[in-house]
Design a protein around this ligand. Sequence first.
Ligand SMILES: Cc1cc2nc3c(=O)[nH]c(=O)nc-3n(C[C@H](O)[C@H](O)[C@H](O)COP(=O)(O)O)c2cc1C
Length: 195
Amino acid sequence: MVTPHVVLVSGSLRSGSTSDRIAQWCADRCTERSATARVFTGGELDFPFYRPGLSDSHGAIREFLGELDRADGVVLISPTYHGTLSGLLKNALDYTNDLGEPRPFLDGRTIGCVAVGAGTQGAVSTLGTLRDIAHALRGWPTPLGVVVPHAGVLAPGDEVAEQHHREKLTEMVCQVLSSTLVRAGELPESVGAGT
Ligand SMILES: Cc1cc2nc3c(=O)[nH]c(=O)nc-3n(C[C@H](O)[C@H](O)[C@H](O)COP(=O)(O)O)c2cc1C
């Protein structure tokens, strides 16, 4: 039985970030379905701007790349900054340039994408860009991407407040897990979509 490993990456440095909290919420949905999960909060991605060769000597970047290297699935969660993903997340993803053979970039990983915004218009644009980046990194974006206008999404205690968002995020997580298992030749009932 394969145990999928999912890495969830949040792109916000804001204290109390919605993106961080959604990352943890989705990680919990992974682990309750017998996957392993590692969350990188925005604070853990506060890397210098990408330049070739730096990752070898930078412990935090090495750890980030090591987790991505062994990931079966990845979930990217970004705030919308002026109609696109945050520079913090883009810079962190630029370091995947240093992941070489046999699985360069995010080659073959299933990638769930979540865009958080003050409203939906900019977040939709951010979601499209996250999915383009997932393709460019040789990943497989899930059929379902999720847009979450941040106001009122999360109640105290890190619960995703609105049923609609809970369902969409859970379905996206299930798509990440199930495609991983399909590729491994296994698809147990426990990973079927549902809340
Ligand atoms: C620099 C900056 C630019 C932003 N641009 C947009 C935008 O274009 N569209 C939008 O809907 N929200 C925009 N927002 C609002 C954030 O996307 C929103 O507050 C989001 O919830 C932040 O995510 P976080 O809670 O994870 O930090 C912007 C916020 C900042 C700080």
